[in-house]
Structures are given as structure tokens and as C-alpha cells.
Design a binder for this molecule. Structure first.
Ligand code: 0RQ
Length: 502
């Protein structure tokens, strides 16, 4: 054990997960490590959920981002969560939130640490942090994510460390932990290039605050592997075409600009497409690193990647120990407050691309709420990047649910990214470059990348709005949600029955 706990002050703190779980009281605020299923504690939340099956209590759960089956899912099933902040992606938890059985605040990922610092989310009673090691000088070495762990540890009254003895030792040295000073004492963040290091290799913790160390041998949790299909490949090709045109016009070099990519199938298809593209020496400044980034490093296309977490498929999870050794000098993990910081996104001139659920004819984007009501996952970091990036791109298939839903609608039913933040929309039909265009010209471009089946309906709405209402951004308010009401009443956004051909 002394190989993992290298400071004597921590050695006598090992307890069972059940004992650590017994310390949690009804109404407590827990700050847990973890982001896109990486770096989350596993034994502790399972033990807490088990306790919840026989006892009635609820906690507020704050994290980096989405947790997996051992935390979000088991805690949602045990119904021990009152409030969840700031991002989730678990089907069971989503069901409970939308059924009104638990609360959820969908918060910009870069804002969470500041809210904790300001006390808006209440005091952190316990920080529960997965670690690969505790160093001689008392630093917690995180595992595959940093997320909000530094601020949770700093502000928590008590800390529980879940030491994962199966975590690759090569995690040590990959993190760069830089914590902001309080507002008022703050200066610029001294990071000027993606690959620079400005912080420490771990999270400093006062041993007196560490109430217990739980041991775990549970491996990292993989995400599904997103193989490109015809549609996602076409979206990726259109996006790469946009990049190529920017290069041709002399607006971007072949190394583009530091890239942020969302998670999921389209993002992976784009990364895949880059392998054989003309682009080279690309830097990644993102929040999540998916499988595709490793492949691009191998292909010599990506030269450095900075993020706050991994999100990897089973294949990459299995080879992670080797890969970490191999890519150690090309990867860095920072707190999400730094990976997603507006100051750095603006300074570095990031190109950002994330996925939308729906987009309206003027460029407002809904990434989170189906029909304006039911939350899907959350805004995640997409808003941090969208507002501040050099080029803000949203991608989406033009249809969902076998053609019953058009992703381009007259008015989005929920707004995450306003028309002021959005530069380019890409579907499998093409891309709409909205930069420098007033609303009525944006609508022309956006209707062109809607699915052909829905273009006549969108055009009819737009023409009628221009003619009957006019204004700078023409809308007929009584009909602005006509696509959504048709979906609710008839099960399809199509006003007249016709075959939807893909
Ligand atoms: O549902 O699986 O039941 O068929 O939404 O859609 O096309 O599989 O795409 O997995 O990439 O998810 C926006 C949810 C897209 C995600 C969203 C249905 C569709 C399908 C999923 P089924 P796809 P993806 C980085 C940055 C916000 C956070 C973000 C997301 C399901 O990308 O959560 O960008 N983004 N973070 O059928 C009803 C519509 C729909 C629809 C699609 N208009 N109405 N359902 N679907 N469009 C990550 C972090 O920050 C951590």
C-alpha cells in the first residue's frame, strides 16, 4: 500500500467503503470527482446507494460532469439524490429528473468552481475524489479526469479519497492543477499556448481534512464506441470542407486553430476524417479527449492535446496504461475551470464544434431540451466555448426520429446558444456560414441545409413572417412553434403526409 500512499500521515486512514458511506447525513452536499465517466469514485457511491436502499436520506451531488453506472445510475436508482449539478448523461437519472423526482441545475461547466467559491451551492460537506496515488508531499494524483476536484478539495470540510490501485501509474505527471485566486486578487491566467504547464502535478490536501481512504480495484468505465455511419460521415465531410475553404481563403493555416470537439458520433467522425486530411500539427484545447485524438496523434496530425477528462471506448480503456506512457508528453489534463475558461478560449482562438438538438432559422441553438421541456443531458461545456471561440460551430443531422423531427425549426423550443454566439451550422445537407449575415440572410442559408422534405414548410413560414410581420427578425408568434405542436398532435413535424427520403 505504501507504493500508493507515499506519505505516512495518510497511511492509517484506510476504511471500508461502507464505513465512509455511513458518515454521510441527510441534506449534505457532496463534491465528487468524475467527468464523462472517467475519474469517478466507484466503491463509495455504490456503498452509499446500498445504504439508501434501507434508509431514507438525500444528498446534493455536485461533480465535474457526467458520471456512470456506479455513481449517477446507482444513486438515481436508490433515489438518494435531491439535487444534481452541473451535467449528467445517464438514462435512469434523466428519467428521474424529467419525472420531477429529483432536481437538476444544468450549469456551464466553467462556472461551477466559481459558484462553489462564492458559496452559491452551499458548503461542501464531503469531497470524494478518485486517486491514483498520494505523494510524499501530500498531493492527491487524480486519475482520468480533473473536473472540479481541486475546488471541492479546497472548500470541503472533509475529504474521502478513493484510491484506485488498478489506475495506471502513468497518470502521475499528466495533470496540471492550477487554481484561481479569489475574485479581487485575481490576475490573468498565465497560459499562452495549449501545451504549457502552469500548475502542480496533483491536488494539495491537508491530511487533517482527510477523514478516510477507501480502496478500489474497479477499472475505468468505457463509453460506447462511435463508429461513423453514412450520415455522420457526411456531416464530418461538410465540416472538413468548411475548414478547407477557410484555409484556401487564407483565413486559417493548415494547423487550423486549437480545436474543441464535443463528444459523440459526429465529433468522432470528424476526428476520423482528419486522419487522411491535409491538416497537420493541430493542437487540441478541449474538455474531453475521445479515442479519435489518440489516433490523430499516431497519424502525426495532432501534436498536443489539453483537456480535463478522457471519454474512451473499451478498446482504448484496455490499452490506456501503455498509451499513457506513449503519449505522456503530448497530453495534459487541467481543472475544468481552466480547460473551459472564457479568457483562455478567447486568447487561444479556439475553433469549437458541438452537437445541437435543434437550430432555428435565425441560428439560435437548443442543445439540451426535447420540445423545450425534457432535458436530454445538459449544456456541458458547449456554452463556455460557443460564446468565446474564434469560430463557433454546431453540427446536427437534419432529421431525428426517422424523419418525424426536423432539426431546423422556425423557433427553437429552448435556447442554450443564442444567435449572437453561433457562426456555422453543419448538417449532412451542407454547411451554413452565418458569419457577417443579418437574420433574414441567415434564414436563407439555414433553410438550405434543412432536410429537403422540410424546406418547403420552413420557407413558407419565413416568407409569411417577412410579408405579414416584417421587422429585423420576422416571426409569426402564433406559428413559431407550429412544427412542435404538429409533432405533439400528429407525431410528426410534417404538416402533410409525405415520404421522407434520406
Ligand atoms: O435519441 O438515441 O433515442 O434515438 O437525441 O442524438 O444524433 O445520437 O447525437 O449522441 O451526439 O447527442 C445534443 C444530445 C446529441 C449531445 C446531444 C435524439 C436522437 C437520439 C441523441 P435516440 P444523436 P448525440 C461536450 C459538449 C450538449 C452538451 C455538449 C449533447 C438522441 O451532443 O448532450 O455539447 N450535447 N457538450 O434521436 C428530439 C430533437 C432531437 C432528438 C436528436 N430535435 N428532438 N430528439 N434527438 N435531435 C460534452 C460535455 O460537456 C461533457
Amino acid at each position: 500500500l505504501s507504493q500508493f500512499i507515499r506519505n505516512e500521515a495518510f497511511l492509517d486512514k484506510v476504511v471500508s467503503a461502507e464505513e465512509a458511506a455511513s458518515w454521510i447525513e441527510d441534506g449534505m452536499n457532496l463534491g465528487m470527482s468524475g467527468f464523462t465517466l472517467f475519474g469517478e469514485p466507484k466503491e463509495f457511491p455504490l456503498a452509499l446507494s446500498k445504504r439508501g436502499q434501507n434508509e431514507k436520506f438525500k444528498v446534493n451531488l455536485y461533480t465535474g460532469a457526467s458520471l456512470g453506472p456506479t455513481a449517477d445510475q446507482s444513486m438515481a436508482e436508490a433515489e438518494i439524490i435531491n439535487l444534481r449539478v452541473p451535467y449528467q448523461g445517464n438514462a435512469t437519472m434523466r428519467g428521474k429528473i424529467n419525472a420531477g423526482e429529483m432536481y437538476y441545475i444544468d450549469q456551464h461547466l466553467s462556472h461551477v468552481a466559481e459558484e462553489v467559491r462564492k458559496g452559491t451551492l452551499g458548503k461542501i460537506d464531503y469531497a470524494i475524489i478518485e486517486a491514483a496515488a498520494i505523494t510524499e508531499d501530500g498531493y492527491i494524483i487524480p486519475t482520468g479526469s480533473v473536473g472540479n476536484s481541486p475546488i471541492f478539495v479546497e472548500k470541503a470540510e472533509n475529504v474521502i479519497i478513493e484510491l484506485n490501485t488498478t489506475a495506471p501509474s502513468a497518470y502521475e505527471g499528466i495533470h496540471d492543477i492550477y487554481v484561481l485566486a479569489e475574485q479581487g486578487d485575481r490576475r490573468e491566467i498565465p497560459l499562452y499556448k495549449c501545451g504549457e504547464r502552469i500548475g502542480e502535478i496533483g491536488i494539495k490536501v491537508d491530511p487533517a481534512k482527510v477523514r478516510g481512504i477507501v480502496l478500489s480495484e474497479q477499472p475505468d468505465i468505457p463509453s460506447p464506441l462511435f463508429e461513423p455511419n453514412e450520415e455522420t460521415q457526411q456531416i464530418a465531410n461538410n465540416l472538413l470542407d468548411f475548414f478547407a475553404k477557410e484555409v484556401e481563403a487564407g483565413k486559417l493555416p493548415l494547423s487550423l486553430a486549437p480545436l474543441q470537439s464535443g463528444v459523440g458520433s459526429v465529433a468522432n467522425a470528424v476526428l476520423n476524417g482528419m486522419k487522411t486530411s491535409q491538416f497537420k500539427d493541430i493542437e487540441v484545447y478541449s474538455e474531453v479527449l475521445q479515442d479519435g485524438v489518440f489516433d490523430l496523434i499516431d497519424a502525426g496530425v495532432v501534436k498536443f492535446a489539453s483537456a480535463t477528462a478522457f471519454s474512451l471506448s473499451k478498446k482504448r480503456v484496455d490499452s490506456l496504461a501503455e498509451d499513457l506512457e506513449k503519449y505522456k508528453d503530448k497530453i495534459v489534463f487541467r481543472p475544468q475551470e481552466i480547460s473551459n475558461h472564457p479568457e483562455l478560449i478567447r486568447r487561444l482562438g479556439i475553433i469549437s464544434f458541438n452537437t445541437a438538438l435543434e437550430v432555428d432559422i435565425y441560428g439560435n441553438v437548443n442543445s439540451t431540451h426535447v420540445s423545450g421541456t425534457k432535458v436530454m443531458n445538459g449544456i456541458g461545456g458547449s456554452g463556455d466555448f460557443a460564446r468565446n471561440a474564434r469560430i463557433t460551430i454546431f453540427v446536427t443531422p437534419s432529421l431525428a426520429k426517422n424523419g418525424a423531427i426536423s432539426a431546423i425549426v422556425p423557433f427553437v423550443s429552448h435556447i442554450d446558444h443564442t444567435e449572437h454566439d453561433v457562426d456555422v451550422i453543419v448538417t449532412e445537407q451542407g454547411y451554413a456560414d452565418l458569419r457577417g449575415l443579418p437574420p433574414v440572410k441567415r434564414a436563407e442559408k439555414l433553410i438550405e441545409i434543412a432536410h429537403p422534405t422540410y424546406r418547403p414548410q420552413l420557407r413558407a413560414y419565413f416568407e409569411e413572417a417577412k410579408e405579414k410581420v416584417g421587422g429585423q427578425t420576422p416571426h409569426i408568434l402564433e406559428k413559431a412553434f407550429s412544427f412542435h405542436t404538429s409533432l405533439k398532435e400528429n407525431g410528426t413535424m410534417l404538416f402533410e403526409e409525405k415520404e421522407v427520403k434520406n
